[in-house]
Design a protein around this ligand. Sequence first.
Ligand SMILES: C[S@@+](CC[C@H](N)C(=O)[O-])C[C@H]1O[C@@H](n2cnc3c(N)ncnc32)[C@H](O)[C@@H]1O
Length: 372
Amino acid sequence: MQVKIEKLDHYGRGITKIENKICFVENALPQELVEIKIIKETKKYFLATTIKIIKESKDRIKPICPYYNTCGGCNIDHISFEKENEYKEIKITEILEKFAKIPNNKIKNIIYDNPYNYRNKIILHQNNKKIGLYKKGTHDIIEIESCYLLNNNLNNELKNIKQVNDNGIVLRIGNKTKEILNSSANKHKIISYIGNKKYQVSEKSFFQINSVITEKLYNEIKEIINTSKSENVLDLYCGTGTIGIYISDIVNKVLGIESCKEAIEDANYNKKLNNTKNCTYKLGKVENLTKEITKEYDTAIIDPPRSGLDKRVVEKLLEIKPKTLIYVSCDPVTLARDLNLLQQKYDIEYIRPYNMFPRTYHVESVCLLNLR
Ligand SMILES: C[S@@+](CC[C@H](N)C(=O)[O-])C[C@H]1O[C@@H](n2cnc3c(N)ncnc32)[C@H](O)[C@@H]1O
């Protein structure tokens, strides 16, 4: 059947209506007339794929990746990069408006950089002697020669991978040093730079995968800390200590809390590496260490995983009331949920999207909240 696509959903799929029921159409863009095939029907929606594009959008481009429709790593490689950035601004605006009643004038322009070769990390898997990435939604392997999202030095390294253990293999590159971490070859120490700070990142620790955008994001956080004259800062979900160390020169002290043991070991190593004297780290879940969140902290930087904040953490923040909250989020839906609660005592100054993950539907953002 033929349908006209109205808009994109939050996963980069086209949306139309069939018999008054919503239909999500893969590989279709707003204003396009497409021929579709229904692949699933539930009580609430249809799911369809595009068979033929009858009238093409001016925003459509030819995907550059030969694995695009099988791999699943990218979702919007058929949209121009300009339109992608606009889509991500709209996505954040709509989600925050819908779930947290935040007006659209609070959303600032998106920050972006190069759409390709930005990833400093890849995980490869092996199945039946094939080494590569998982095919979309399966554990079947798609063998790849290179990945357009990946740093080119890592693309060169792919050729040398001949075997992968059961858990897969992690390759990571240090952005300035070009050192490569290869989890199967016992090459485990690499150093990455953000601005003039150095960070050791080991295999199991979190580290932002787009170093260029990360530096821009951290500079914005530093600017906020500077303007709000923050002194004692909580770095919640601190990973390898990256943000706290980045701003440590302009504050009195930082307390980082993180649940991954290797990341805390890295954080303690990183503070020495940068000759930082005013950062302390605690291992544990933030929700179990709320006693550490005390009134002496005037600022909290909060950078949780996609699941967002545990209620106990929100309650504690509302109780001790730091004057400034800087919430870094990789999921606007959980951000909206948490802002809904934090708005009891905080005003949202602004939210700025960052295109940390080009060619995918994911979007990072930073939100500044001031105590009312
Ligand atoms: C999005 S990352 C941010 C890391 C760091 N701020 C950075 O920018 O590199 C989220 C971090 O939270 C940690 N984490 C996940 N759940 C946690 C919890 N309940 N309590 C403390 N840390 C947690 C993860 O291990 C990860 O390092």
